[in-house]
Design a protein around this ligand. Structure first.
Ligand SMILES: [Zn+2]
Length: 545
């Protein structure tokens, strides 16, 4: 791969140092550096951007339907069957060629339209959160299907941002005879950070010039440099013991559950002596069958997070040792571990972020209605956080976070793509500030006018940035200059997934099998209703009296 070879050569020249250098950006407390010298918009580019904004507005109902449709599917990672089929149909109808089941992942696809350079890949996640089923537009806990998954992260909205922008650009490119290729791809199983490293391994990004990723947020924003948050590796530890009658002959048993518990105790003691920027968490996936049988098998599933790639590897190695110790203490066997997911820490491209930021300032935030603000404040009140309502002011262009002072946070496997091609994440304002994340409360706004308006604002920015990338080769050149000479000068991408690891496509199968039939009744039917709120008969906003 072109990128990796060059990076390898540069890192050999620079010596073996692999640790990301803090670049003293705003996160480090310094003044923001002066912007790069990128070309301004020509009159033709301004005109095409104006047109793109108008056309995105005209597609408002189409964008809203996509948001509501995917919200109603509420599918978990690797099981996004309906979502994937729906998106593929939409894309095919709009002239995209779609390669399905890419990278050995049934719900993944790569859709392509156009020809030649540049190749711009538009991505966004599509999976939901367990137990976050929630009626949209209702400002208190009220699940559609009790216990079922839902879009408690807002991943139902990003594809609408990208597809709307792509459709608008497609007609402009056809008419103006602008060369270029647009790709659309889904972040399958992002909540499991389960696929993007495999997309890279499968070579899906090897001819891509720029990746424009998008994620739901509370403001319209973009950043460059080392991102906040962490990279992670998701590992399952399986222990094998021997069963016995738990009362009749417990001394004959070897408890795999004891091994799991001792591993967890060992890890929880060790936490105190790990760097402050680390975060980790686990769930016990198999704790045995019933109390009178000494558990012959048990397994525990960990997420190990750190702010640098070497940091992730370090704590992973510590956990492996603790697991071996637990097996030794219990006379059980630690089976070969399984990596279920992974994510590199994120690093975003400066040139692409700067042009995106200029477009964000042009678009500005949506105009929220009184109903939107009433709803947002009611949700905030319900959660006991500041009743500030929806965001009404843009922030600023985000700069690099200093890994030395980064205290960690969430991860996204877009990190892997960001270390292979120039990448940014556009955040668009489709949700309410102050929510806990990965929770039913984060689903409340996600099929309401708040989500719909945020998506339209995001699609405008995405469409304008596409115009920049298609008509200003200097921006693409600058993005690769930054990628090669700054970002990857001393850091070489090596995947966290090992040769033997394969996508964990069986995850969440049982949960979806349990709830899918009950959820099906609420699938959005745009042939009969204008919105999911209308279909569900929900008065917006529904707030506590
Ligand atoms: Zn997410």
């Amino acid at each position: 791969m072109r990128v990796l070879r060059l990076t390898l050569a540069l890192s050999l020249l620079a010596g073996p140092a692999l640790i990301a250098q803090g670049r003293g950006g705003r996160g480090g407390g310094g003044e923001p550096p002066p912007p790069l010298n990128l070309p301004p918009d020509t009159p033709r580019i301004t005109q095409l951007k104006d047109e793109a904004i108008r056309e995105v507005d005209k597609l408002k109902d189409f964008s809203q339907q996509m948001v509501d449709q995917i919200f109603s599917y509420g599918e978990l990672g690797f099981q996004e069957v309906e979502t994937s089929r729906y998106l593929i149909n939409v894309l095919k109808k709009h002239g995209f060629r779609v390669e399905e089941g890419v990278a050995g992942i049934p719900t993944a696809f790569m859709a392509t339209w156009g020809n030649g350079k540049p190749v711009i890949a538009l991505g966004s996640d599509i999976d939901g959160i367990p137990q976050s089923s929630q009626k949209p537009g209702v400002a208190y806990r009220d699940p559609l299907v009790d216990g079922a998954p839902g879009h408690g992260e807002g991943h139902n909205s990003g594809q609408a941002v990208n597809i709307t922008a792509a459709i608008v650009l497609k007609s402009i490119m056809e008419r103006e005879k602008i060369p270029g290729t647009i790709r659309i791809w889904p972040g399958v199983a992002e909540e499991l950070v389960g696929t993007k490293a495999y997309f890279i391994r499968a070579g899906l990004f090897k001819d891509v010039d720029v990746a424009l990723f998008t994620h739901v947020g509370r403001n319209l924003s973009v950043s460059w440099g080392d991102g906040s948050g962490t990279g992670l590796v998701s590992v399952q530890y399986n222990f094998k013991g021997e069963s016995a009658h738990a009362a009749g002959g417990p001394w004959r048993g070897k408890s795999a559950l004891d091994a799991v518990e001792l591993m967890n105790i060992g890890w929880n003691f060790r936490r105190e002596h790990l760097p402050l920027s680390h975060r980790s968490h686990y769930v016990i996936k198999d704790g045995g069958d019933q109390p009178n049988v000494v558990p012959p098998t048990a397994s525990v599933w960990y997420y190990f997070r750190q702010v640098t790639y070497p940091g992730v590897k370090e704590i992973w190695a510590i956990a492996d040792k603790i697991a071996q110790g637990a097996a030794l203490m219990t006379d059980t066997t630690l089976l070969p571990t399984r990596v279920l997911g992974s994510a590199w820490p994120r690093h975003f491209n400066r040139a692409v972020a700067e042009v995106t930021w200029a477009n964000i300032q042009r678009v500005g935030l949506p105009e929220w209605s009184e109903a939107d603000q009433t709803f947002a404040r009611a949700v905030q009140k319900e959660l006991g956080v500041n009743e500030t309502g929806l965001t009404t002011r843009l922030g600023q262009l985000g700069g690099p976070v200093n890994p030395e002072t980064n205290t960690g946070g969430g991860s996204d496997d877009i990190g892997d793509i960001s270390w292979n091609v120039p990448t940014i994440t556009l955040s668009y304002p489709s949700n309410i500030p102050g929510l806990p994340g990965h929770n039913w409360a984060d689903a409340m706004a996600m099929a309401t006018p708040i989500a719909h308006k945020g998506v339209t604002a995001g699609a405008k920015v995405q469409a304008m940035t596409l115009v920049d990338l298609l008509l200003k080769p200097e921006v693409i050149q600058a993005s690769w200059d930054y990628f090669r000479n700054v970002q990857t000068r001393t850091v070489k991408y090596e995947p966290l997934i090992r040769t033997q690891d394969q996508p964990a496509i069986e995850l969440n199968r049982e949960i979806m099998a349990k709830y899918r039939e009950q959820m099906r009744k609420y699938y959005f039917d745009p042939t009969r209703y204008k919105s999911l709120l209308e279909q569900l008969g929900i008065q917006y906003p529904t707030v506590r009296k």
